[in-house]
Design a protein around this ligand. Structure first.
Ligand SMILES: *Cc1c(COP(=O)(O)O)cnc(C)c1O
Length: 397
């Protein structure tokens, strides 16, 4: 059994704050500042360029990939880290399309995060030749996987509503009609158990600054199924994905397996903060995370619905088809979220009317949920949101 009191003690959480926004940016592992300071002074400061070998910086992206692999059901050695998620979406999508050259259609849904759709739009425009992005409603994805589809590009858990696709079923359907799958795990990794190998997923990508708590700007990850890893081309063929970067060949030769998906110099400081977060994840069983996240979510829904009849649940009511976040619709959601944040309950707002809360058992417990419900009820029933100061939009919502 995972000791969630122990994991909670390993995060720095400001006094008086109930942090329900780990789905956007996870909190700081207490060990990270000292470890990063040590990396900077003892490694960067003393070792200088030799740190790439002596401190293991060059191997860090694959080492970290293996630690993430355990959390997403990937085979060891088949996850690489680096770059941002948008870049990894591009690589996975371009690579998957190249594996299915007779077809032209990318299938996605309108619950996907815009960056994934923008990346697909940019790629189809660049490729020309009749390539097309087809966007359907989440409920229509399964029926839309036809023999026309080259690649399905689906985010498993909807960033706004928490609606969760059935990865195994959609992957099986895609394979039955000859389509290749790209799964985005941005709201899955560290939130719900994922079984990439079991689902026979082809490609998967995700970020590490949300549920995995790697810190703002922490690197993304990419998975390529072992059966494809030797032939999938990286699309962004940078020197660190070359078979022998330090031969400085003039011609690109793809490296072994998923390591070819590396592009350029890794962000070592940021990777180091992610390693501190993964030390905590090493203490955690994803099945325990799932069970407790569902319990906390149910507690939140029941409490809020009992106290705030004006809110409409935007997330699926059935926990089995929901990720680890709960969203409510409210016309004045932005102002209401600002009022909550002012009272220490930190969630976020997603246009046009979604108030979103993430439930992360690593540092949220039942008492936090009770306290959050009480404050939410006060904000709603006393119309505390109805003040000008809560209505001016910040750049980041
Ligand atoms: C958070 C998120 C992103 C963000 O991409 P970055 O390149 O890391 O900014 C992309 N896709 C999905 C599905 C996300 O949830």
């Amino acid at each position: 059994m995972t000791d969630f009191a122990a994991t909670k003690a390993m995060f720095q959480l400001p006094e008086g704050v109930i942090y329900l926004d780990g789905n956007s940016l996870g909190p700081l592992p207490k060990a990270a500042p000292a470890r990063i300071a040590q990396m900077m002074t003892a490694e960067w400061g003393e070792m200088l360029i030799t740190g790439w070998n002596k401190a293991g910086w060059m191997a860090q992206p694959m080492r970290i990939g293996d630690r993430i692999a355990r959390l997403i059901g990937a085979e060891p050695g088949h996850v690489a880290t680096g770059d941002t998620l948008s870049i990894k979406v591009y690589q996975a999508l371009a690579s998957a399309l190249a594996m299915n050259p007779e077809r032209r259609v990318i299938l996605s849904d309108n619950g996907n995060f815009p960056s994934d759709l923008y990346i697909a739009q940019g790629l189809t425009q660049m490729l020309g030749q009749g390539y097309e992005l087809r966007v359907v409603a989440p409920e229509e994805v399964e029926a839309s996987i036809t023999e026309e589809i080259a690649v399905t590009m689906i985010t498993e858990v909807d960033y706004r509503t928490g609606r969760k696709h059935d990865m195994a079923a959609l992957t099986a359907k895609a394979h039955a009609v000859g389509a290749v799958t790209v799964w985005d795990l941005a709201h899955s990794a560290g939130a719900v158990p994922v079984d990439l190998a079991g689902a026979k997923a082809d490609f998967a990508v995700g970020c590490t600054y949300k549920y995995l708590n790697g810190g703002p700007g922490a690197p993304a990850f990419i998975y390529v199924a072992p059966r494809h890893a030797g032939r999938a081309l990286p699309a962004l063929s940078g020197w660190l994905g070359h078979a022998a970067p330090f031969d400085f060949d003039l011609d690109y030769r793809a490296g072994a397996g998923v390591e070819r998906m590396r592009v350029g110099t890794p962000p070592v400081i940021q990777m180091t903060s992610l390693e501190c977060a993964l030390d905590i994840w090493d203490m955690v069983d994803m099945a325990d995370v799932r069970a407790k996240a569902i319990a906390l979510s149910e507690q939140f829904i029941a409490g809020v619905e009992a106290a705030c009849p004006m809110l409409e649940l935007a997330s699926p009511r059935d926990a089995s088809v929901r990720g680890s976040q709960i969203s409510f619709r409210f016309e004045h959601g932005y102002a209401a979220m600002q009022a909550l944040i002012a009272r220490g309950v930190v969630g976020d707002f997603r246009a046009p009317d979604i108030m979103r809360f993430g439930f992360t058992p690593l540092y949220i417990d039942e008492a936090d949920v009770d306290a959050a419900v009480a404050i939410y009820a006060e904000v709603m029933n006393d119309r505390l949101w109805d003040r000008d100061e809560y209505k001016t939009r910040n750049a980041v919502t």
